[in-house]
Write a protein of this length. Structure first.
Length: 248
């Protein structure tokens, strides 16, 4: 009986002919995609076997993988800018997303920059919108590349077979359905910070609640942006007047 049960489990995990090719081919990459989910994870708990560049958090001083931090630079006119692509010129200041409130409150950006640094009104609103736009752009690109599928049953089947790089469920979707997707995904990350309207726009169809994305760059970026969004402090962090900026 035990042998039969094990054989059945193996069969359930094998990709089926109906699974999109990009998702079937990503089966062997399942473990690799977990390495990108490093937001706020201590370095000693990171998956071993892959070396990544590290930077020191401006607040805690802890050396962490770059994937676990947000890079900020100061513009020529002294304004704080989030560098999501990590490509803007100037000295980078790295902060864990969950510690952004503290970095601003303690004026650590000004100290690191050796000069006044201004955070414009609505900074966190703009940062959140930018992160959401980047994530949904990745999802749209994955759809056009044939690396994303929708529909509860198809998403559940793909994730339960271990073929997905990540799952995405609308945060305003039915709790029962979201729980079933989480259970089917097992150790595959499921991002739940976007709403159904955002997912529908990215996927080019109405009433999208669940999406499975193939392993690869698109899935990694969606996971990263989702993790950052879930760690950001509340948007009233600056507590400034409507037409004001604050030096940090």
């Amino acid at each position: 009986m035990l042998r039969v049960r094990r054989r059945r489990i193996r069969q359930l995990r094998e990709p089926t002919p109906s699974t999109p090719l990009a998702l079937r081919n990503g089966l062997s990459d399942r473990a690799r995609t977990r390495e990108c989910n490093l937001i706020d994870i201590p370095s000693h708990k990171r998956p071993v076997g892959k070396k990544t560049a590290e930077r020191s958090c401006l607040v805690s001083g802890e050396a962490l993988p770059k994937e676990a931090l947000l890079r900020f630079v100061v513009s020529p006119d002294g304004v704080l800018v989030a560098d999501l692509e990590e490509s803007l010129p100037g000295r980078g200041m790295w902060v864990r997303p969950s510690l952004l409130r503290e970095a601003i409150g303690r004026r650590l950006f000004s100290r690191a920059h050796s000069g006044a640094v201004r955070v414009p009104e609505g900074f966190l609103d703009s940062l959140e919108r930018l992160l959401r736009a980047r994530a949904m752009n990745c999802l749209g690109l994955a759809r056009r590349a044939g690396q994303a599928v929708t529909g509860f049953e198809q998403v559940r089947d793909v994730l339960s077979q271990g073929c997905g790089g990540c799952g995405v469920s609308a945060r305003d979707g039915a709790l029962g359905g979201r729980n079933k997707i989480r259970w089917a995904a097992a150790r595959v990350p499921v991002v739940e910070v976007f709403n159904g309207t955002e997912l529908s726009a990215a996927m080019g169809k109405e009433n999208v609640v669940h999406v499975a994305v193939a392993p690869g760059k698109f899935a990694q970026q969606i996971i990263r942006y989702g993790d950052i969004l879930s760690c950001l402090p509340s948007r009233d962090v600056l507590n400034v007047d409507a037409d004001a900026s604050v030096a940090v």
